[in-house]
Design a protein around this ligand. Sequence first.
Ligand SMILES: Cc1cc2nc3c(=O)[nH]c(=O)nc-3n(C[C@H](O)[C@H](O)[C@H](O)COP(=O)(O)OP(=O)(O)OC[C@H]3O[C@@H](n4cnc5c(N)ncnc54)[C@H](O)[C@@H]3O)c2cc1C
Length: 460
Amino acid sequence: MVVLEKNGFVGGRCASYRKHGFTVDYGIHAFSLGPSGPLQEVVRAADSRLEGRSPPLRWQRLPIVLKFGESVFRPALPIDWSHFWNLIRTAGIALSMHGAARSDKFALVKTMFGLLRLKAGRQEPLESLSVKEMLDKLSASEVAQQIIASSADCVSAIPYERFVARDFMDIMFNILKHGGVWYPKGGCGAIARAYSDIIERCGGTVLTGHVVEEIVVEGYPAPGMPLRVAGVRLTGGTETISAPCVVVNVHYGEFYGKLLKPQYTTDTLVKRVTALETALSAIVLHIALDSEIFTEQFVMDSPMLLTKDNYVPGANNAIGGMFVIVSNLDPGLAPPGKQLVLAALGTDIALVREKDNLVQILLEKLQKLAPPPVQVKDHVEWMDVLGPREIESLFGEKGAVIGIASTIRQARSNRLDAQTPIQGLYHCGDDSGTHLWGVGTELAAKSGQCCAERILGKKP
Ligand SMILES: Cc1cc2nc3c(=O)[nH]c(=O)nc-3n(C[C@H](O)[C@H](O)[C@H](O)COP(=O)(O)OP(=O)(O)OC[C@H]3O[C@@H](n4cnc5c(N)ncnc54)[C@H](O)[C@@H]3O)c2cc1C
């Protein structure tokens, strides 16, 4: 088995880099299931094959803090019908929330119980509703909707008017049931390092700095003639690696539009792939601080997504952000006495020209989380900014946070299959696998597992 990665590091959008003693994630990640999810399952499965010699992958739980304006909501987790007291405590927390009107607090509690009731019923009807349409049925309060929507923004990277309600419900109730979200010890790069290690211990090879330019196919492209994958050609056309089975995880547009020669695709497929809507991109700040300023670990400040339709240049736009103080989760990610903060806002790639403004707004939001009279800007040792263009040039995928968007038209049975019309050629990653659902990295891990089962003949 050979893994070919175009960048000089492994992990794609879920990788980390080292800088001046800090370990920094390229993106900004919270993992919905962590130790009980598919990323850990991969390690567990490898462990049985490697007889207990697989590398460890450890997780830290993050408490959830949802913010909208001056209202801050900290649910008591885990929540489901079997943790009845947490449910009552969370309702009490909502009712005593500062900065919200009495009617909004009651609306939030009513919405929470409404969602629990919906989760206990038939789920299929939620496949044809957006999260917004579902919340509209429960309450008209903007505060209640925005507090719930902030979690939808975070797990989907698309506005809640477009995010399919069924995926939201399955993802959120899994998070609530398991007591919050998770972060890997050692940063996001620890996952890719563990996986590379597993591949190598199983006899495989991981080659970075190897760009695949073309998928090589055998057979004559004519109706009834079988086409079979033969390998891949690397950049420059000089080196070809032969393989009876190739698994691709680049964006579908690039897969069918660039890596495969046009004679091996069909117009219908290309049309379908071109019409797919991708999730939003993001602006991510990596902020190294010379001292430990923040006590929080993870704050979701609504709204966390900004589209070109709801942004007015120069105006006072309602903008929040996602803030993870990663060195509070794993002190090893920053030198002693220092702090590492990741801050992000999901944005349309079309707003790339507003990058500098949005960076300032995110810094102002971060300042609000600092204890007075500390001025965050006086403690910034260095700051890296990753915008849509940088994300796109590093990882492709049109700069999207989570590849293909989980909209009603693109979710569950409407997702693209891992198996392609060409024998031996598969696709995996957050973009593919019919009937799958989940959040970015864990969706990609599920997709990889399903794809492997198809290749090994364990699944039809
Ligand atoms: C800012 C940001 C925040 C995010 N937040 C979260 C979060 O909180 N929780 C979560 O679960 N997910 C989050 N995600 C999403 C998550 O990172 C992705 O869903 C996940 O990494 C997708 O994995 P993948 O393997 O499908 O694709 P990728 O990670 O994109 O991997 C594809 C790999 O293929 C390589 N490649 C592309 N073309 C070629 C080629 N021609 N030859 C060789 N190699 C090639 C790329 O360099 C890349 O390494 C976030 C992403 C971003 C950008």
